[in-house]
Design a protein around this ligand. Structure first.
Ligand code: FE2
Ligand code: FE2
Length: 137
């Protein structure tokens, strides 16, 4: 089952940022698929690999988004950036948790955590940025 689904209404009207959001959704869904796979084999390494891919992708994505916000002298830049930093801390904490705990003990809730981690920021801070730069939408 897919965890996150791209919707056209998510579009920020910026091709590069939209592309990165879609890529993040793809990476999160891949990790979710791995979490759901209840195999005997330990898939902790693959989950950790997927989470570190997310960390790399999201770091690059935040840098681009912050550059766009600065270029447009976006008023909410400092609070938006602060939330990016909080999200980076959270994904690092999540990686640590998976490193220290057997996946079978945390399977439940792990995907939900990942889903919330991505979609809350996306549907609040990123949407506000979108509305500010495209006030007619
Ligand atoms: Fe953002
Ligand atoms: Fe974003």
């Amino acid at each position: 089952m897919t965890l996150l689904q791209w919707k056209d209404q998510y579009s920020l009207g910026n091709e590069a940022l939209d592309h990165e959001h879609k890529e993040l959704i793809r990476l999160i869904n891949a990790v979710h698929g791995e979490i759901e796979r209840e195999s005997e084999e330990d898939n902790q390494a693959r989950i950790l690999g997927g989470l570190s891919e997310i960390l790399n992708a999201v770091s690059a994505h935040f840098a681009l988004e912050e550059k766009e916000m600065q270029a447009l002298a976006y008023r909410e830049f400092p609070t938006h950036k602060a939330d990016h930093e909080k999200l980076l801390d959270e994904i690092c904490d999540l990686i640590e948790t998976v490193e220290e705990t057997a996946v079978r003990d945390i399977r439940e809730g792990l995907s939900a955590l990942l889903e919330a981690w991505f979609s809350i920021h996306f549907q609040t801070f990123d949407r506000d940025f979108h509305l500010a730069i495209r006030p007619s939408n």
